[in-house]
Design a protein around this ligand. Structure first.
Ligand code: HEM
Length: 457
């Protein structure tokens, strides 16, 4: 009698079917064995605070001891969070393994407040900023804070998604004032309606203006002009412009503010920067972009301005698609990887005297062993900041030009603040508190230099 096997293989089609079936069963078994093997030698998660049933480490989060280790894991209900305090580990995970660690956490709350805030001139043209209501800047800042909280916080609504259908008037509708346990205390925020409104203002208002200018032929050369020419006034065009604004405007402003603040707090730094520019320009013109390689001291001040009291201390989290192992620890797939930029830029093990503003650290022998604060700040791997060159070039050039033209002094009648007393906001983008001062022209030629630069433009 013909064996069952022979009957199954008597035609090429049947043979192919049998082969596929065997391969599939084999694959499923292999996966099963692999999972069992993995479970049996399961590696530990990175160290972290004690975890409790249901609420994980919520009660211990945040806490100072997160900074005492290079990598820390925190279990929050529904979210595994990993805090990376070491630049080496951040590089290893997020630059060297980009395919697996470039995801973003896109929970409901982030989706709803993905709002805009960006470099308006590049995106929407030079005419728009002059037409904008001054409220626009404050909307941006508020929108940025919402966006930041949505990215870095644990939102109850992300976990209990059904909550979003509860009407606003019900007592249980706290999710509209969501529980956030971001890097501060537990706070309730009524944000749904406000964020929706901000969302509209920040994206629609400039887009409507740009559309009107485009129609009348007055928009000038900018990204909005190109996109409107090519794709017309559709939602994708508006979103693309909105994302640039969200990501680029407040961040670049904060970098320039950090630089100007340093010129104000440290007059000796300001003087050295001025002397360096004059050596390059002979004091008869403004610094050009091409002068940068000849301005190593200002380069060092720019780096130190990124480092000292980091203005972007929390970075932007990534999410890993599959399990990762680092330094013998298992990072489960779907963990939120938070690069602790502020700590990396002030770790005494790396910087020695992080509390001092000392640009010379980047000019000394062995300086190339230090992390570049710009690289640390602009993020990692496939997600690295798309506007970093724009921000770096414009920011550096503005900084060098200010150093060439002006000293920065406190307002009349006020004293220069001692650097150790300088305060900074406790926000996603950290700004100097009470940032006020005067630009004092270096000499009588300042106006002439500005006129020449205007003519050259
Ligand atoms: C000093 C100024 C800036 C800082 C500190 C900054 C910082 C960052 C950081 C930390 C990220 C996330 C990187 C990561 O996930 O690893 C990012 C992403 C991004 N940035 Fe910037 N940025 C700045 C300026 C700009 C500018 C001027 C633009 C555009 C005009 C821009 C556009 C973007 C975009 C589109 C992303 C998203 C990239 C992605 O998710 O794939 N940024 N930025």
């Amino acid at each position: 009698m013909e064996s069952a096997f022979n009957r199954l293989t008597d035609s090429p089609l049947k043979l192919a079917g049998v082969t596929v079936s065997i391969a599939t069963i084999g694959y499923v078994l292999a996966q099963g064995f692999r999972r069992m093997a993995e479970k049996s030698n399961k590696l530990p998660s990175p160290p972290g605070p004690p975890r409790h049933f249901l609420i994980g480490s919520l009660l211990q989060f945040p806490n100072d001891h997160f900074y005492q280790r290079d990598i820390v894991s925190v279990e929050l209900p529904g979210i595994s969070m990993v805090i990376i305090n070491s630049y080496d580990i951040a590089q290893e995970l997020m630059i060297k393994r980009p395919n697996n660690t470039a995801g973003r956490k896109v929970g409901y709350m982030f989706f709803e407040v993905d709002i805009g805030n960006l470099v308006i001139e590049v995106a929407h043209g030079t005419k728009l900023p002059t037409m904008m209501d001054k409220d626009f800047t404050s909307w941006n800042l508020e929108a940025m804070e919402f966006g930041a909280s949505a990215l870095t916080s644990f939102w109850v609504v992300d976990i209990f998604n059904f909550l979003r259908f509860i009407p606003k008037w019900m007592p249980a509708a706290r999710f509209k004032s969501v529980i956030s346990s971001s890097f501060g205390s537990l706070i309730y925020r009524r944000m749904g309606a406000r964020s929706t409104w901000l969302n509209k203002q920040v994206r629609h208002v400039p887009f409507e203006m740009a559309k009107a200018l485009h129609k009348s032929g007055e928009l000038g050369h900018c990204l909005a002009n190109d996109l409107l020419d090519e794709f017309g006034p559709n939602d994708d065009t508006m979103e693309a412009l909105g994302v640039l604004y969200l990501a680029g405007s407040d961040t670049t402003t904060a970098a320039v503010m950090a630089f100007i603040n340093a010129l104000m707090l440290f007059p000796e730094v300001s003087k050295k920067a001025y002397e360096e520019v004059v050596r390059v320009t002979d004091g008869i013109r403004l610094p050009r972009v091409s002068d940068r390689p000849n301005l190593p001291y200002i380069e060092a001040v720019w780096k130190e301005a990124f480092r000292w009291k980091s203005f972007f201390p929390m970075g932007i989290p990534h999410v890993n698609a599959q399990d990762e192992i680092i330094n013998g620890y298992l990072i489960k797939a779907g963990s939120v990887l938070n690069p602790n930029t502020g700590f990396m830029l002030s770790d005494p093990k790396v910087w020695g005297d992080p509390e001092n503003f000392r640009p010379e650290r980047f000019l000394m022998d062995g300086a190339d062993l230090l992390p570049n604060p710009l690289t640390v700040t602009f993020g990692y791997g496939m997600r690295v900041c798309a506007g970093m060159h724009l921000a770096d070039r414009t920011g550096f050039h503005i900084g060098a030009t200010i150093a060439a033209l002006y000293g920065v002094a406190p307002l009349e009648g006020k004293r220069r603040l001692k650097p150790e007393l300088a305060e900074f906001t406790d926000t996603f983008i950290r700004l100097p508190v009470g940032f006020e001062g005067r630009f004092i022209p270096r000499d009588k030629r300042v106006l002439d230099l500005l006129r020449i630069a205007e003519m050259e433009d």
